[in-house]
Ligand binder design. Structure first.
Ligand SMILES: [Zn+2]
Ligand SMILES: [Zn+2]
Length: 256
């Protein structure tokens, strides 16, 4: 599998985007979330909107869904006149799908889409397949309903925490992950803010990665105040976890 990060920040900045990434294997792909900088992230990574056929929307927060309708519109216009375009499959819980559908229908009521949009409702233990990618979701612990997920292809396993407080439930799914992508919003000194907004601090991410036995840990959803001080964050994690730590930026590609 190959993972391309379109964004890894908790907020939009001039050159940083909200968390979003594309997972691909030879036959299929799955886009995780559609934050405000998605399109720019896709273009920077030299990917084509048209080639993305499956999307998992983890929750309703603006940094994860606000570009969805525009993405759908762009996918249509990019392939204008080509009626053989692949359908788009959108996965998520009922609340996020209702919002996604509402946005598309109300932003673009005049459009005749060149492809079908299939909204596929998940519960907190759903398993679905995007061709050769097998996806299993689980509840994270956040201010609104939110999902984390396991993505498997061949014998490789990627686990994404979703936006979450430390989530012991995730450990069941993250065991021996080849790549654990975890919400690491802040460091220990900002514990109260992380708790209030229901995100995880770096020390706890280290504990989780260690317990799970994750081979590689990717830190995402990082607050802008950390940029430039990433080494401090890594030091906090290093006290708990000995594996490989990476902080992807826009356009980072990682293969497992
Ligand atoms: Zn959130
Ligand atoms: Zn978020």
């Amino acid at each position: 599998m190959e993972i391309t990060f379109f964004g890894s920040s908790s907020r939009e900045l001039e050159n940083r985007h909200s968390v979003s990434f594309l997972v691909e294997d030879t036959y299929s792909n799955l886009l995780i979330d559609c934050g405000p900088g998605l399109m720019s992230g896709i273009f920077k990574a030299n990917k084509k909107v048209n080639d993305i056929n499956n999307i998992l929307l983890t929750h309703v927060h603006g940094d994860h869904i606000s570009s969805f309708a525009y993405f759908v519109w762009y996918r249509n216009i990019e392939n204008f006149g080509n009626m053989s375009q692949n359908d788009l499959f959108v996965y998520g819980k009922k609340d996020v799908l209702d919002l996604a559908k509402y946005n598309v229908e109300h932003m673009y009521p005049e459009i005749k889409w060149t492809f079908e949009i299939h909204y596929c409702e998940l519960d907190d233990k759903s398993i679905f397949e995007c061709d050769t990618l097998k996806v299993e979701v689980f509840n994270s612990i956040h201010t609104v309903p939110c999902l984390g997920c396991v993505i498997e292809s061949a014998d490789k396993k990627i686990v994404y925490s979703g936006d979450t407080l430390p989530n012991d439930f995730l450990l069941e799914y993250a065991k021996d992950a080849d790549l654990l992508i975890h919400d690491t919003m802040l460091m220990k000194r900002d514990f109260s803010l992380a708790k209030k907004t229901m995100h995880t601090i770096s020390e706890d991410v280290g504990k989780i990665a260690n317990k799970a036995g994750a081979k590689v840990l990717a830190l995402v959803h990082i607050e802008p105040q950390i940029f430039g001080k990433e080494n401090e964050m890594i030091l906090e994690i290093r006290k708990k976890y000995n594996g490989i730590i990476m902080i992807p930026t826009e356009g980072t590609v990682y293969s497992i």
